[in-house]
Design a protein around this ligand. Structure first.
Ligand code: SAM
Ligand code: SF4
Length: 335
């Protein structure tokens, strides 16, 4: 992909970023019901035939590799509830040994799958863990047991998945005391990322806590020193507490849009390609594949969508402010 310049919304011209990261949601189903991700009434699962098969996902991934994708993250819903998740990892790993494969999971099934996933070619894992307190964890996930997630994290570390990062969505009045996670990074080489809550189906102010507030609350543990973000660690600003073994990151999609540096494409479980989390016009890849599109046609489509992402610049952040489509939950898009 050639480097060129893109006018931003404000009219400034920035060098084009390389779009080299693909997030693939492999299912909309989940074994948890996190309060910020799913409404209490639950989400109706899509019928199986609406979901891309692993073969269809692999075909799309091969085409995206031709278009310059270097890293693929498998997500969901909960990716490990879909049968044969390690098989998909193996299929994607066979595309190119240079392709870096990672997974975002709630960790509950890592006890069972961590070693198999590593063996299949997975390199790294992000585990969503919103509290270190048993009751708070159960309250946020509605049905989860903290021990399951913690055992999953242990197994991931033992299996040699490196790094293991912990994602914490900070929620006002529920888990907004970050000191326990801060202390964890003092003791263990785990990397904790605090994520700003994005209102998908609740009134916007209900749980929102800014990264600046979370950062201020960590001050009790010492001054945070900024550290360089390692390649492929996503859109977080990273810091370290004095003498800490692990890093602390802040992901701030609400207080600090990162649209102009976004390097992501997404493929939803039902086969829509999105150039933005808030994209209202996902390109229907499933219909293309099921009506005969092969790798070359898919490559052409992906290049077209990448060009569109460049043209749109950070225009989508306007949508982020208030036009999220009804029923468009994170469990469907993949985070
Ligand atoms: N089930 C897996 C998990 O929980 O890690 C993968 C899918 S989940 C949708 C992917 C990421 O999206 C998780 O880190 C989750 O915390 C985050 N997420 C879900 N809903 C969110 C929201 N409303 N605001 C911010 N992050 C959210
Ligand atoms: Fe499931 Fe992940 Fe959503 Fe929680 S955040 S409900 S674990 S998909």
């Amino acid at each position: 992909m050639a480097e060129s310049a893109t006018p931003t919304e404000e009219g400034a011209v920035e060098p084009e970023r390389k779009i080299d990261y693909l997030r693939i949601s492999v299912t909309d189903r989940c074994n948890l019901r996190c309060v910020y991700c799913m409404p209490s009434t639950g989400v109706t699962s899509m019928p199986h035939e609406e979901i891309l098969t692993y073969e269809e996902i692999e075909l799309f991934a091969r085409a995206s590799r031709l278009a310059g994708i270097k890293r693929i993250r498998i997500t969901g819903g909960e990716p490990l509830v879909r049968k044969g998740a390690p098989d998909l990892v193996r299929m994607l790993a066979s595309i190119d040994p240079e392709l870096k494969l990672s997974l975002t999971t709630n960790g509950v099934l890592l006890e069972r799958y961590a070693a198999e996933l590593k063996d299949a070619g997975l390199r790294r894992v992000n585990v969503s863990l919103d509290s270190l307190d048993r009751e708070t964890y159960a309250g946020i996930t509605r049905v989860g047991k903290l021990e399951d997630a913690l055992t999953g994290i242990e197994r991931a570390v033992e299996a040699g998945l490196e790094p293991v990062k912990i994602n914490v969505v900070v929620l006002k009045g529920l888990n907004d005391d970050p000191l326990g996670f801060g202390r964890l990074t003092l003791e263990l080489p785990v990397h904790v990322r605090f994520i700003e809550y994005m209102p998908y189906f609740d009134e916007p102010g209900r749980w929102y806590v800014s990264s600046a507030e979370t950062r201020a609350r960590l001050a009790g543990l010492g001054e945070l020193e900024e550290v360089e973000s390692p390649e492929g660690w996503g859109p977080a600003d990273y810091f370290r507490l004095p003498g800490a073994a692990g890093a602390i990151g802040f992901i701030s999609p609400v207080s600090c849009h990162f649209c102009s540096s976004c390097n992501r494409l997404r493929l939803t479980a039902d086969g829509k390609m999105r150039t933005c989390l808030f994209d209202l016009n996902g390109r229907d890849i499933k219909s293309e594949i099921r009506s005969g599109a092969g790798i070359e046609r898919l490559h052409e489509i992906i290049e077209g969508e990448l060009a569109r992402k460049h043209e749109e610049g950070d225009r989508n952040r306007i949508l982020a402010a208030g036009q999220v489509r009804a029923g468009d939950h994170m469990s469907r898009i993949g985070g």
